[in-house]
Each structure stands twice: as structure tokens, then as C-alpha cells.
Design a protein around this ligand. Structure first.
Ligand code: E4P
Length: 272
């Protein structure tokens, strides 16, 4: 399974690139906004976003970086996709354009424009990450249209199911992969159930796109996305760090440190 980082913070991408764990980066307009605002508020730095994206694309060391369009129509999405690709792909040959599977909103019906844009961009050789996927059939159709990645949003499905059940929750709370009795979203019981169904349809019908599990909110979701067959998981950097932590690992570190005798430290060159 590949591990992508879901962030637009350059320092986080650089930190992960040094670990050997980084297989790619996903961004979206909200993550770009967070990065720009944080640099402004905490560092007092007003960034040139174009130059900042260049640095992100370079920092990913040739691994795929998804950049999202903001347009809502076929024409706008295709034009923006070409523009993003022309501008940034020449740097490291690693840009994917993120296209919403269905850009309809606010009562505007544009249901087929996402897949049409995916189809056009991929036919021009521009790789597409189809985003805002909430059903296995959206994933299937985005793949048929030519997407290289399909991104089901696991955490947001959990939000929806919990809201239907009238629950209160915090963003990082674990939600059981099996969901709850009587509450689902048209048969999808949880975010992990969505990933599992996408992976199952991919396996049974051999669709080409890789299933990129997105909207991962805690380390258990990361594990479960891997277990149910996600090809890729994109996770915020903190989820990657969470996944490396365990209290018994800390305890083991403490006891090994305590037990280290001087002679052994001399052999290893350690400083105990
Ligand atoms: C992925 O690329 C998505 O943009 C992201 O994972 C969404 O996560 P969220 O639902 O936690 O905002």
C-alpha cells in the first residue's frame, strides 16, 4: 500500500520525504488556505502561492502531487487542469489534477461534467485524481472515465452516518468500520465500508483506477483502510505519527535504556 501525505504544508512534506515513507501528496483548496494562513499568522510570512506550490512539487521528490481545480463547469475544470499541469508538471513530472466527480452544487445541475472533464484531461495525457467520492458507483464511473486515482472520503461518510444517527462526535473520533444498526448511507455503513466496497468492485471488475482512501481521521482508520484493500491511503502527517506511537514502545525504550551497561554502550558507540 502506498502512503500519501494529505497536506499543503511544505515543512511537513519535507519532513516526510526524509523518512522514506512518502509515496505522494494530496492537497485541496482548504489545505492550501490553511498553509497560507498559518504561514501568515505564525511566521508573519506572506507567501507567493505560485512559488510555494513549486516548492511543494519539488519537495515531493518526483512522487505524485495532486492539485485541485476550483471551477465548477466542464470548461473551467478542463482549462484549470491544463493550466495547473502546464505550469507545475515540468518541474518534476509528478502533477495530478484533482477533479470533483460531480461538480453540481447550489441547485446547479452539472452531474456529468466531472466525468467528462476527467475523460478529456486523461485523453490529453494529464493524470487525474477523481475527488469527493462518496459511493462505490462514483468510483467505478470515475475510473471508467479515465481517472488514475479515485478518492473516497472515509471520514466524511462517518460524519454523515453519525449525523443521521443524531450523535455528537469530534473529528478524530473512531467510528466502527461495521457502522451501526439501522443507520447507513444508501447501504454504505461507514467510511471504511465505502473503501472496502470500492476495493471489491475494483477487484471484481478489474477497474483501472487505484483506490486512494482519503479523509482519514485517526490511526485506526489508516490501518482499516489498508486492511480492506485501499491501494493508497492519504493521511494528515499527524496520523502518520500516531501510527508510529505505542505506549509499550515507549516503555520498551525506557527499559532498554535503563538496562544498557557501559561495556555494551562502548561497543555500539552509544553514550550510556
Ligand atoms: C483528500 O485529498 C481530501 O481532500 C481530504 O482527505 C479531506 O479530509 P477531511 O474530510 O478530513 O477534510
Amino acid at each position: 500500500m502506498k502512503l500519501f501525505l494529505d497536506t499543503a504544508h511544505l515543512h511537513e512534506i519535507r519532513e516526510a520525504a526524509d523518512t522514506g515513507l512518502l509515496d505522494g501528496v494530496t492537497t485541496n483548496p482548504s489545505l492550501m488556505k490553511q498553509a497560507v494562513e498559518q504561514l501568515h499568522d505564525e511566521e508573519g510570512e506572506d507567501i507567493d502561492l505560485e512559488e510555494y506550490i513549486e516548492r511543494i512539487v519539488k519537495a515531493a521528490n518526483g512522487k505524485p502531487v495532486s492539485l485541485e481545480v476550483t471551477g465548477h463547469t466542464y470548461d473551467d475544470m478542463v482549462e484549470e487542469g491544463r493550466r495547473l499541469f502546464d505550469r507545475f508538471n515540468k518541474i518534476n513530472d509528478n502533477v495530478f489534477v484533482k477533479i470533483p466527480v460531480n461538480p453540481s452544487f447550489g441547485g446547479e445541475e452539472r452531474t456529468l461534467e466531472g466525468v467528462k472533464a476527467i475523460n478529456e484531461l486523461t485523453s490529453e495525457g494529464i493524470p487525474v485524481n477523481a475527488t469527493l467520492i462518496f459511493t462505490p458507483e462514483q468510483a467505478l464511473m470515475a475510473s471508467k472515465a479515465g481517472a488514475t486515482y479515485v478518492s473516497p472520503f472515509a471520514g466524511r461518510i462517518n460524519d454523515l452516518v453519525r449525523a443521521k444517527a443524531g450523535m455528537d462526535w469530534d473529528k478524530g473520533d473512531y467510528f466502527p468500520a461495521k457502522g451501526m444498526e439501522e443507520v447507513d448511507d444508501n447501504g454504505v455503513k461507514s467510511g471504511i465500508d465505502l473503501i472496502r466496497e470500492c476495493a471489491e468492485i475494483k477487484d471484481s471488475h478489474g477497474f483501472d483506477a487505484e483506490v486512494l482512501a482519503a479523509s482519514i481521521r485517526n490511526k485506526r482508520m489508516l490501518r482499516e483502510a489498508a486492511l480492506v484493500g485501499a491501494d493508497i491511503v492519504t493521511a494528515p502527517p499527524e496520523m502518520v505519527k500516531q501510527s508510529l506511537r505505542h505506549e509499550k514502545t515507549v516503555e520498551g525504550m525506557e527499559s532498554f535504556t535503563e538496562d544498557t551497561v557501559e561495556e555494551y554502550a562502548e561497543i555500539t558507540g552509544g553514550d550510556q
